[in-house]
Design a binder for this molecule. Structure first.
Ligand SMILES: N[C@@H](CCC(=O)N[C@@H](CS)C(=O)NCC(=O)O)C(=O)O
Length: 324
């Protein structure tokens, strides 16, 4: 298949989220290299070598932006931010005068994220997802899987960036606990909201919605007895869950039909934890509620054909933290 035929074929179904059985299945990410400080590594940690492409709306991409900020990597790794609106050609770049918060692609001068994928692989037939971590030196995609990008951001710049050494979000002694939490939280919460929201049959919606709230109840119990998910330490497990939780009341509760309970009214310990993280240094500046709400409500027209964006923004995360 030529690249233009591949592109046309993708155009036809890019906004179709569920399969013929009415279920949403997330595709496995294709680019899985890593930045490494090991001698002779293909992708060594270097200043100004890498560029991160994200959407401020996307919870997966948000994790990478957050880790970049928390680890002090902002001056070391460049950033482009796509428009919140996803059209038939996928994520696009816009000028900030049209879309405040957007940052155009100053590295590859692409109009759409798909161009990066085709530049690296003209036969690429997967989805054109964000985040994308780009290497300017070898002109390729290092990795497009957020869970892996945040892992190597956490450790591999520690020799280069003085302040990065002071923080470790995946400490040796908590790894087993973090991995265990990540596994069920990914399946039933991070991806669970999408499985409920993109379902096109009652049978595929209900079990995912029930599993989601069973997990939120379990998380509420954990956070009733602990400051963070693993105890007293803020870790990767919190970062991964938090980007989903702050989107919950403003978007998933209505748009994805996850309305059995809300964070603000029914989960006081999750709310306390969400506010506590929001108020840590460098976190609030990564949140753009306009991009978040407009992306979901205006891009998924099969779910919301009028494209009306509800007014509520969810709980005020800047509100002083009150222990319930
Ligand atoms: N496994 C990926 C998932 C990324 C992902 O699904 N991103 C969404 C936005 S929230 C996307 O870019 N979707 C575009 C598409 O599927 O066409 C990760 O965690 O990095």
């Amino acid at each position: 298949m030529s690249s233009s035929t591949t592109a046309d074929a993708k155009n036809a179904d890019i906004l179709k989220w569920a399969n013929d059985k009415g279920e949403f299945k997330r595709q496995t990410s294709s680019f899985r290299d890593a930045i490494s400080r090991a001698p002779d590594a293909k992708f060594a940690p270097e200043k100004d070598r890498y560029h991160l492409y994200i959407s401020l709306a996307c919870p997966w991409a948000h994790r990478t932006l957050l880790m970049r900020s928390l680890k002090g990597l902002t001056p070391y790794i460049g950033l482009s931010v796509v428009d919140y609106l996803m059209g038939p050609k996928g994520w696009k770049f816009s000028d900030p005068s049209e879309t405040p918060g957007a940052i155009p692609d100053t590295v590859n001068h692409a109009q759409f994220i798909r161009e990066l994928y085709f530049k690296v692989d003209p036969e690429y037939a997967g989805r054109f997802t964000v985040p994308v971590l780009w290497d300017k030196k070898t002109q390729t995609i290092v990795n497009n899987e957020s869970s892996e990008i945040i892992r190597f951001f956490n450790t591999e710049f520690n020799d280069l960036v003085p302040e990065a050494r002071d923080t470790d979000f995946y400490p040796e002694e908590l790894r087993a606990k973090i991995d265990e939490l990540n596994e069920w939280i990914y399946d039933t919460v991070n991806n669970g909201v999408y499985k409920a929201g993109f379902a096109t049959t009652q049978e595929s919606y209900e079990p995912h919605c029930k599993a989601l709230f069973a997990s939120l109840d379990r998380i509420e119990t954990i956070l009733a007895g602990n400051e963070y998910l693993t105890g007293s330490r803020f870790t990767e497990a919190d970062i991964r869950l938090w980007t989903t939780i702050i989107r919950f009341d403003p978007v998933y509760h209505g748009h994805f039909k996850c309305n059995v309970k809300s964070i603000e009214k029914d989960y006081p310990h999750i709310l306390r934890w969400a506010r506590q993280i929001y108020q840590l240094p460098h976190v609030a500046e990564t949140v753009n509620m306009d991009h978040i709400k407009r992306h979901y409500y205006m891009s998924h027209l099969n779910i919301n054909p009028t494209a009306i964006v509800p007014l509520g923004n969810g709980p005020d995360l800047a509100h002083p933290v009150i222990k319930p």
